[in-house]
Design a protein around this ligand. Structure first.
Ligand SMILES: [Fe+2]
Length: 454
């Protein structure tokens, strides 16, 4: 039964599914481009039947996968990530240390160095097969001694995977780099003011940028992280060839879950686009997705939104300029992966009211693919067309949409050069897929070089 006292994260389009299923030969409306041959994998929280994890972010990770091949939607399947937490192991051991395999692995799924990794920011990555079966946790031959963010960044030129781990206990922040082949080749502690909740970061061709923001670890009832007025806010710029050497720039306090992209401009400034919450917006949002004491209907009404902001960091002047780029409330910003750390014109995002958005930084305009009041869009992942010398938006956007009652879902395929236009294709999924977090398109050539599993 759903009532106003049922947590928001167990209702409607967020309601978990009770089991693992498979379906083959999915109905397709429109025409799937044959170039889309691979897998769209998406992660999200899905508590076990009857379980209330206490917060949207605390459900066990479940992967949803849709296999496309040469114009057909061959299968859909969903699988829990079989972590230590799913087996009931506690994250905090009796001696106060953390079991980084006893995590939910519920936030993102990526491919790197021939391995598909399910990620969550307080734990080790979990390797899964292309068919979504769990292989096990990966500490990169024992070299990773911290957690791994769910938002690593792959440099499109070197193939290196830059990431960090943060912790409520010292060291609070550690930077790491995997080679293109998947070997952990660098780790360096980054001095930071305190135990900040750092969900995402940015890289450019030459720098990492850390967001040291005032959502900090505080042992309070139910919610271990909260806003700290005294903490301040700053951006940390670290040359990638001098790990650990960070220069901090003060900014107005705010919170950011997600970075869109960052790059160096011709003047040597760092341009950083983010989905930014004000203090009031993050407080309302945090309450709405957690164990709201004020009633969940009230929390839903009060939930805040993030808006697209640009920070321009000028190292020569020692300043950060802040500008709001659009009025739209949005989240899950994404870009063409081949532009990560490089100048991008387009940024994609989702809006609770306007559907899937494409922001054009050159024109300052936003194109929207509306889904109507009864459907919510998941993160829109850009898949390049693969054409030689393609234009930036030459490709497709993939998003799993879910009706607000949670009963039905589609994999939506949009032409990224015509986001507002009719979908290229819609794949009917066999049931509602709970709205979740992040995912990746994994083309078959990446599956073929998979080293993880027989
Ligand atoms: Fe995220």
């Amino acid at each position: 039964m759903t009532t106003t006292e049922t947590p928001l994260y167990l209702q409607g389009h967020l309601a978990p599914v009770p089991d693992e299923i498979e379906a083959v030969d999915l109905p397709v409306t429109g025409t799937l481009p044959p170039e889309l041959t691979g897998r769209y994998l998406r992660n999200g929280p899905n508590p076990l039947p009857g379980e209330n994890a206490g917060h949207w972010f605390a459900g066990h990770g479940m992967l949803h996968g849709v296999r496309l091949r040469e114009g057909r939607a061959e299968w859909y399947r969903n699988r829990w990530v079989r972590t230590g937490a799913l087996e009931g192991h506690p994250f905090v051991r009796p001696d106060g240390t953390f079991d980084r395999t006893a995590v939910h692995a519920n936030t993102h799924v990526i491919e790197h160095g021939g391995r598909i990794l399910a990620l969550v920011e307080n734990g080790l990555p979990y390797v899964v097969t292309p068919e979504l079966e769990t292989v096990g946790p990966d500490d990169f031959a024992g070299r990773l001694t911290t957690a791994m963010t769910a938002h690593p960044k792959t440099d499109p030129v070197t193939g290196d995977l830059h990431f960090f781990g943060y912790s409520p206990l010292p060291p609070y922040l550690t930077y790491h780099r995997l080679s293109a082949g998947g070997e952990l080749v660098e780790s360096a502690e980054v001095p930071v003011a305190g135990p900040t909740m750092m969900h995402d970061f940015a890289v450019t061709a030459r720098h990492a940028v850390f967001l040291d923001l005032p959502m900090t670890f505080q042992m309070r009832a139910g919610l271990p992280y909260g806003w700290d007025d005294a903490y301040g806010a700053r951006l940390g710029v670290m040359p990638l060839d001098r790990p650990g050497a960070v220069r901090w720039f003060e900014i107005d306090p705010c919170y950011v879950f997600h970075v869109g992209n960052a790059y160096e401009d011709e003047a040597g400034r760092i341009v950083l686009d983010v989905a930014r919450y004000t203090r009031d917006a993050i407080a309302a949002t945090w309450q709405a997705i957690g164990p709201s004491p004020s009633g969940h209907a009230a929390a839903a009404a009060a939930a805040g939104v993030a808006t697209l902001h640009r920070w321009t960091i000028d190292p020569a002047a020692g300043t950060v300029a802040q500008a709001q780029l659009s009025e739209a409330g949005l989240e899950f910003p994404t870009v063409d992966d081949e532009r990560v750390g490089r100048p991008n014109r387009y940024l994609y995002a989702v809006s609770d009211t306007e559907g899937i958005l494409q922001h054009d930084a050159e024109r300052g305009t936003v194109a929207a693919h509306g889904l109507g009041p009864d459907v919510v869009a998941g993160e829109a992942v850009f898949v390049p067309s693969g054409a030689p010398d393609r234009a930036e938006a030459d490709g497709w956007l993939l998003s799993i949409t879910t009706t607000r009652d949670g009963k039905a879902s589609e994999l939506l395929v949009l032409d990224a050069t015509d986001v507002a236009g009719a979908p290229v294709a819609r794949v009917t999924l066999p049931r509602g897929v709970p709205a979740g977090f992040h995912g990746s398109w994994i083309p078959d050539e990446d599956v073929r070089r998979s080293t993880c599993c027989p």
